[in-house]
Ligand binder design. Structure first.
Ligand SMILES: Cc1cc2nc3c(=O)[nH]c(=O)nc-3n(C[C@H](O)[C@H](O)[C@H](O)COP(=O)(O)O)c2cc1C
Length: 257
């Protein structure tokens, strides 16, 4: 078994105690992971069996991923307003470079999903990025993220959303890191007043689903209305574009914004 696989198992093993694949609000927030190497076999079995709640078939390999990388700018990328007049922002954290199950990638898995959402809705987008980038090496990144989680760090972010007040709805996207959101997403939530806004979480993962993060957001932003989220496997987002796009469309249709 590779070093990388060991690391993901260590990460994932923390989650299964608090794991739930149900809708936002019906699960407890994930607690800080304790790495239990003793149960690796059981964890691996669960990883193998587990589906995300939006995972679809994996036989579609046509690449229809958006070409534009404009959403990586620090300032929100403006598009045409959403058709129903609501102002929507898609804010997301996503890391490229080496990652589990996908090798070294140019664009993060969550970013791919975020771009589909923004494109479907004609929404603005904002890439949540830290001033200090995370290591490109997967294992080093796991170590850095684990330390930040233990420290409850709030890493400094690059750029800000201009006039957050104009947005009624904020889609908030992130990967699952150690059973939680990356600490940078907490910095983002600390940075603005989300009172009265509708927050719609979405995440990518490699087996943990949403891992209680919807409930964590609900607790963290008590004055916002947090809707059901979407969890999608990172590898699916990265490699099966048509499936991912369809999952995003179906989910958005169901939200009836
Ligand atoms: C530091 C780190 C920790 C991770 N922890 C978990 C985890 O606890 N559970 C899980 O299912 N996947 C975990 N993963 C996998 C990511 O959630 C998954 O690859 C995701 O799609 C990455 O999204 P991104 O490319 O947008 O950053 C972890 C990945 C990294 C780099």
């Amino acid at each position: 078994m590779t070093r990388m696989k060991h690391k993901l198992i260590a990460v994932a093993s923390a989650l299964f105690m608090a794991l739930a694949m149900t809708a936002c609000g019906s699960v407890e927030p994930a607690s800080a992971p304790s790495v239990a190497d003793s149960d690796k076999a059981a964890v691996q079995e669960k990883l193998n069996k587990q589906d995300s709640n939006t995972e679809t078939t994996t036989d579609q390999t046509e690449d229809t991923s958006p070409e534009s990388d404009a959403a990586t700018d620090a300032s929100p990328t403006e598009t045409e307003p959403a058709s129903d007049g609501k102002n929507i922002l898609v804010a997301y954290f996503s890391r490229a470079d080496e990652n589990y199950n996908v090798g070294t990638i140019d664009k993060g898995n969550t970013q791919i999903a975020a771009e589909y959402i923004a494109s479907e809705l004609g929404a603005d987008s904002f890439h949540i990025e830290t001033v200090t980038p995370y290591p490109a090496d997967y294992d080093d990144c796991c170590d850095a993220a684990k330390q930040e989680l233990a420290d409850k760090a709030r890493p400094e972010l690059n750029g800000t959303v201009d006039n957050m007040g104009q947005y009624d709805i904020v889609f908030l996207g992130y990967p699952i890191w150690w059973g939680d959101m990356p600490m940078a997403v907490y910095t983002f939530m600390d940075s603005y007043d989300f009172s009265g806004k509708v927050i719609i979480p979405f995440n990518t993962h490699e087996g943990s689903g949403e891992s209680g993060t919807c409930a964590s957001i609900t607790s963290y932003l008590p004055n916002a209305q947090v809707l059901d989220g979407m969890a999608i496997q990172g590898k699916t987002a990265q490699e099966f574009s048509a499936d991912t796009q369809q999952s995003v469309r179906d989910w958005l249709d169901g939200l009836r914004l």
